[in-house]
Design a protein around this ligand. Sequence first.
Ligand code: AMP
Length: 618
Amino acid sequence: MDGKRNNAPAIGIDLGTTYSCVAVWKHGRIEIIPNDQGNRTTPSCVAFSDAERLIGDSAKNQVAMNPANTIFDAKRLIGRRFGDSKVQDDMKLWPFRVIQGPVDTPKIVVSYKGEENEFLAEEISSMILGKMKETAESYLGKVVKDSVITVPAYFNDSQRQATKDAGAIAELNVIRIINEPTAAAIAYGLDNKSDITCKINVLVFDLGGGTFDVSLLTMAEGGGTLEVKAVAGDTHLGGEDFDSRMVHHCAQEFNRRWNKDLTGNKRALGRLRCACEKAKRILSCNNLTSIDLDCLHEGIDFSMKFSRAKFEVLNMGFFVKCIETVEACLRDAKMEKPYVNEVILVGGSTRIPKVQCMLQEFFERKELCKSVNPDEAVAYGAAVMAAKLSGNNHKSCRDLLLLDVTPLSLGVGILGDIFDVVIPRNTPIPTKKSKVYNTSRDNQPCVDVQVYQGERTRSTDNHLLGTFRISGIPPAPKGIAKLEYCFEIDANCILTVTAKILSTGKTEKLTITNANGRLCMEEIEKMMEDAVKYKQEDQEYRKRADAFNALEECIYNMKNKIKNMENCKRLKKMERGIADTTKWLEQNQAASVDELHRMKKHLESICMPKFWFVNNVC
Ligand code: AMP
């Protein structure tokens, strides 16, 4: 990208669990940017091998051969603890290894260039973001810096912060984190602006690869002003879970038939997962499909029919949960079903007929809106937001006004393991709220403030965002000294907490540090350096592969050229040159770029001298 002027527009990135998508505002409209394979979405997949690192389609394409070092689902790990029961459940079905790092952070272990490497979920996500950045840069021909990245509406503060960190590692300036369903609603509003002639209520049902969100919004006439009323969801529910149920079912069936457990065979699990995902997609159109895998485990072939009915039975629990979440969202927004004017489907898993059918039944046979592209709407909306935030003066950007809410309640842990809420869920953001607390002991010199996020009564059942100490409280009987805790949520839905001793005015601020699992600045910088190093290695590898292929192609072309050549004085010399180069290549598989170039030039000088022949006659 050297030499390209750094005035690229801000981009919008949908960093999905299974697929990611990047878009930009160009020529007065949004363009979804295709990747180097021409695909409009890119698998959120990173693979490591003895020779190279692959990201996106190339990583996904080799998963069956290299399952233990092909990483997907980083979004299901990001901002979570290793001990989290969801992480522990997922680990059982992942073909790659996850270990417990410092402060209970999960670390992914891979073998890369013959060495064991450990990566945080933030780093893997940063590699995917880096790929999306590169995709945009080659399309725009400019260095991209500013971006809007989307996250599930139901992501907590740690997951949002970790996503922001992933952006920083990828050298992206994350100007805003926005919620995926909100981004989809922006896309819907823009697409339908002329049809939105009065205020309408819109429910976005976003079921993707790993997360599920429901958002209820009101949209003003023209679709430009969006006010989120309530969100609900599950950051651990999506297409991957449906795949896992299928994998589990197939593994059981294999065990029943052959009395052999394949769950320890990572390669078999990886192949089975791919086959199940494909079968699942087919079952969205057909009633029956089959899963056929040669030599799946211990040389045994596996073949089984899979019906749509079976798929639905296996996953009915998840589907019911989706509908219950819609109910909860309506309850929180205090809105009755008939007042919902539009139900918008987003995310690849909304293509499942049973999901559509149950949702339609819930809304008393209302037509569901499928006009937005479920795979692209989120990136589309993010790009509109990116354009607006970077000052694009187009009417659609200028008119966009977004009023979002905080998805989960925020508060502190108080005596008796009680969670005391300071900001209730679904409060419009940005917001700032304060609450005053007393000391609980006589002459208490300090208080350890524990900040939680969640909906449970016991504080320890919620997600601990961080702890900080405020000291220097003047001696006083219990209940007399007063402390004010101020919670502030910015437009990214990211939180800052300050505590103040009211009698002295002394304040202390919570910065979520490494001790809470968050990366510190030095770690981010170190990861940024690593990212540059990996990128350089990738480029060098690609250069070498190109040089290798060029020499192979040259040998092939020369062989063809001399095939029909007769009466040529140089023929013998050419044949020898081709044979020598072929042998050299076989013996020097690890040759450097320079050596490969030199050999190619040498072969060309033998077979294509300056006084080259006309019509293959020399
Ligand atoms: P997203 O995160 O929105 O990209 O959605 C990806 C998820 O949608 C993956 O789990 C896919 O397997 C799933 N998906 C995509 N197309 C279909 C389909 N036709 N039927 C069922 N699931 C699908």
